[in-house]
Each structure stands twice: as structure tokens, then as C-alpha cells.
Design a binder for this molecule. Structure first.
Ligand SMILES: Cc1ncc(COP(=O)(O)O)c(C=O)c1O
Length: 444
């Protein structure tokens, strides 16, 4: 089609949308014209409650003036300065604030622009550490079935979701997979399943026995697998993974892009589970979703080993992005973390979690619902598949939007994860919209 000859003023054609059925969307678009607090307004004037904090990004709700004002002031003060060999105050302040939220001894923070970049950066950090530590033979990575670690080549190499990798076969070699943790034994589980935690984690040990523990560089896990539909690790799982890593000198990387910044009711999943990783990736809620930003935090030992190994005055880590620690992103991050602290939002999330769990579990008897998993302010409501896996989920996401609620679906699972400013009434509204949509589909 010659799109240039068409009426271009309202054309949707030029923008190639990410993770979207472009042809389908452009036939019947869903455009957001405004976001405020818990709600969006669509282009037809409809009010839509946000059941997924957009994409798990906005715990403080939408359009917070404090963040907008901070970014505005920053752009007038210093709109951009090079991040290599130059610094600005915001980078250091935000790094200190992030480190304060993490368990000791995770005191060093490297800024990036997204979760995918955080994963690639973590992979390189792992390689740099082992090389500096005289263990350059550790070249194998361990990931997990159903994992989502973003879309850059590093993240795709670690990916356990088939649609995200089948088109892209040329990825990093030497990645092996553990099993995912959803066994189907404990359906409708509120919190951590009781069964098989150690047994599933022992997959890592089997890889050590197969390939040699001293050849494995790192294991990457989402503490709660998010994008695949909220798979909560069974009791003992995370602890056993840590134990095996310690035994074989393997680095443990937590991908906390979704779980970071209070989603589970603690600042990070590592505090909730009482397990400290060596490296932790984060993004999304770091700026309340206002400006793209991610970060990678690591233990002191990793930072010190890499920096001490380089000659005096030399660059120690040949890595960084033009927009690492962008002034506007740092201003947004500082303002967002201030809101979280001032309003006690992580605590609010923890307090709302039992009500939330009960409300979403209220959908369990619906005939279309196959399973519900929930932890903190994050749940996966899985429906029985329709004609083919994922089709019903996709159709439900669209229908739910027109029914006044945004919920992000992956495959056939709706991931309900409201902002931490949500009230019990907001939770009820989201669950009611979900139930209404289920009823519509059941009647088809
Ligand atoms: C666990 C995890 N890692 C990485 C990413 C990638 O983040 P981004 O989309 O910002 O690149 C995501 C995104 O959802 C994620 O959930």
C-alpha cells in the first residue's frame, strides 16, 4: 500500500507497534488520551481503570505532578550531559537511594534505559567479574523455562517463552534451562506453593553435574516469574538456588524488573524471600514508568573485583549507554522514590495484598478460570485456552478494555497488578470488570 498517498493526518499506518497485532489494532484502535491516578481515558471518552499499573510500571498512579515538576525543573537546569567521564548530582543521589532499598552488601548501581538493557548489562557484569577474578572459564549461563528477560539478544538467549525466541535462532550459545516452577499440583495458590521447591531447584545442581559447576558463570531468575503469568516459586526454591550457587561459585542474578520497588510488599523480592542475590536488575517502577530507565545493582565484591583489576586511571568496565543515568530519568527516579517513601506505598501494597488475594480468588469458581496465582499485589488469572493457546487471552484483553478495565494478558493469563495507591474499591472494580468479561466469553 502506498501510505504516503493516504490521508495522513490521522494515519496509524506508519508506526510499527511493539508486541501488538498491528493489522488488528489499526482496524479497531485503543488509544489512551489521558492517565490520572488509577484511571485512563480512551479516545472515545471512556473511563478505564488500570488493573496492571500499565505494564507493572506505575505504583504511584498516573500523571503525578511531583514527578512532572522534577523532570521539568531538571530539563531547564541540565537537560543532558555526557555520562562517560562526566557526572551530575542526580546520578549519584539516585544510586544512593536505590542502594538504600537493597539488602547489604548491594551498594553499587549501574544505570541503563530499560529492563532489556539491564539484562545485557548484568550478563556483561558477570563476565567482567569472572575474568577479573581469574575464572574466565565460566562461560555458561543458566536460565529457566517460561523466563522473560526482555528482548535484547542477551535477554532472548535467556528467554524461556517460545514466541519470543523461535523467530530469532541466532542468540548467545551456552545457555541451559531449568524447569519452570508451575507444576499444576497446587492450583489457586495464595502465596508460595508448598511442594517441590528443593526438587525443582536441584535442576541447577544437575547442570553442575552435567557441565561442571566451575564452567557456569551465573544463573538468572525472576524471583516471581512475571510476564509468563505470575509463577510464584515454591517454598525452599529460591533458598536452594542460592545454596547451590554458593557451593559452586556461580553468581545469582535476580531479575526484579517487575518485582522491584514494592510489588510484593517488600522493597525487593530478595527481602521478602530472605535471599540476597549477587546482581539484581530493575526498571519499570524505578521512575514510576515516567521516563525510561533501568538499573543493575551488584554486591561490593563484584564492583571492587572489576575496578581493582584494571590498571590505575584505566576504564574498568567497557560498557555504558549514551543515556545511562540521563538527568531527566534520574530526576524522575528520585521524585518517584520520594513518593514511595513519603506515602509509605510499599507498606500500603503489603497491607492491601490480603484483600487483593481474596478478591481475585473470588473468580476461582468461574467455569472459564483454570488457575489463579497471587502474591503481593500481583496475580495471574489463567483462563482455559480457546481455539488455540493465547487466542482467548488476547480477545479478553481487548474486550476488557472496552468494558472499562486495562489488564495485561500473556497467553491466556491476565496479570492483575494494580498501583499501590489502589483502594479496596478499586480492587473490587477491577475484579468486577474481569468477572463481567469472563461472563461475556462464557456466554459466547
Ligand atoms: C523480568 C523482566 N525482565 C526484563 C524485562 C524487559 O524490560 P523492558 O521491556 O523495559 O526492556 C521485563 C519486561 O517486562 C521483565 O518483566
Amino acid at each position: 500500500m502506498d501510505i504516503r498517498s493516504a490521508d495522513r493526518a490521522n494515519s496509524l499506518e506508519e508506526h510499527w507497534m511493539p508486541f501488538t497485532g498491528n493489522r488488528d489494532f489499526k482496524e479497531n484502535p485503543r488509544l489512551i488520551v489521558k492517565g490520572e491516578g488509577m484511571y485512563y481515558t480512551d479516545h472515545k471518552g471512556g473511563k478505564v481503570i488500570d488493573g496492571s499499573s500499565a505494564l507493572f510500571c506505575s505504583p504511584a498512579g498516573h500523571a503525578r505532578p511531583e514527578i512532572a515538576d522534577a523532570v521539568h525543573a531538571q530539563l531547564l537546569e541540565n537537560s543532558y550531559s555526557a555520562p562517560f567521564q562526566l557526572g551530575h548530582a542526580g546520578q549519584f543521589e539516585l544510586a544512593r537511594k536505590v542502594a538504600d532499598l537493597l539488602p547489604e552488601p548491594m551498594n553499587h548501581v549501574f544505570f541503563v534505559n530499560s529492563g532489556s538493557e539491564a539484562i545485557d548489562t548484568a550478563l556483561k557484569m558477570v563476565m567482567a567479574y569472572h575474568r577479573a577474578n581469574g575464572e574466565g572459564q565460566r562461560l555458561r549461563f543458566v536460565s529457566r523455562e517460561r523466563a522473560y528477560h526482555g528482548v535484547n539478544m542477551g535477554g532472548v538467549s535467556l528467554s524461556g517463552m517460545v514466541k519470543n525466541r523461535e523467530t530469532f535462532p541466532v542468540v548467545m550459545p551456552n545457555v541451559v534451562m531449568m524447569r519452570h516452577t508451575w507444576t499444576g499440583k497446587e492450583l489457586f495458590c495464595d502465596g508460595r506453593p508448598q511442594h517441590d521447591g528443593v526438587e525443582l531447584a536441584n535442576d541447577l545442581e544437575r547442570h553442575c553435574m552435567t557441565y561442571g559447576g566451575a564452567t557456569i558463570a551465573a544463573v538468572f531468575v525472576e524471583p516471581v516469574a512475571g510476564s509468563t503469568g505470575t509463577l510464584v516459586p515454591p517454598v525452599g526454591y529460591i533458598e536452594r538456588i542460592r545454596e547451590i550457587c554458593d557451593q559452586y561459585g556461580i553468581l545469582l542474578v535476580f531479575d526484579e524488573v517487575i518485582t522491584g520497588f514494592g510489588r510484593l510488599g517488600a522493597p525487593f523480592a530478595s527481602q521478602l524471600f530472605g535471599v540476597t542475590p549477587d546482581i539484581c536488575t530493575m526498571a519499570k517502577a524505578l521512575t514510576n514508568g515516567c521516563i525510561p530507565m533501568g538499573a543493575v545493582a551488584c554486591r561490593d565484591e563484584i564492583y571492587e573485583t572489576v575496578t581493582d583489576a584494571a590498571p590505575d586511571n584505566a576504564i574498568e568496565f567497557f560498557h555504558g549507554y549514551t543515556y545511562s543515568g540521563h538527568p531527566a530519568a534520574c530526576a524522575a527516579g528520585i521524585a518517584a522514590l520520594d513518593i514511595y517513601e513519603r506515602e509509605g506505598l510499599f507498606q500500603k501494597a503489603a497491607e492491601l495484598a490480603p484483600y487483593f488475594a481474596k478478591a481475585v480468588m473470588g473468580l476461582r469458581s468461574h467455569k472459564l478460570v483454570r488457575d489463579i496465582r497471587t502474591i503481593g499485589l500481583m496475580s495471574g488469572i489463567e483462563v482455559h485456552p480457546g481455539a488455540a493457546p493465547g487466542i482467548r487471552g488476547q480477545e479478553m484483553q481487548k474486550a476488557m478494555f472496552w468494558n472499562g478495565c486495562h489488564v495485561k494478558f500473556t497467553g491466556d493469563t491476565g496479570i492483575v497488578a494494580p498501583a499501590f495507591i489502589a483502594t479496596e474499591a478499586h480492587v473490587d472494580e477491577i475484579v468486577d470488570r474481569f468477572r463481567y468479561t469472563l461472563d461475556q466469553f462464557a456466554a459466547m
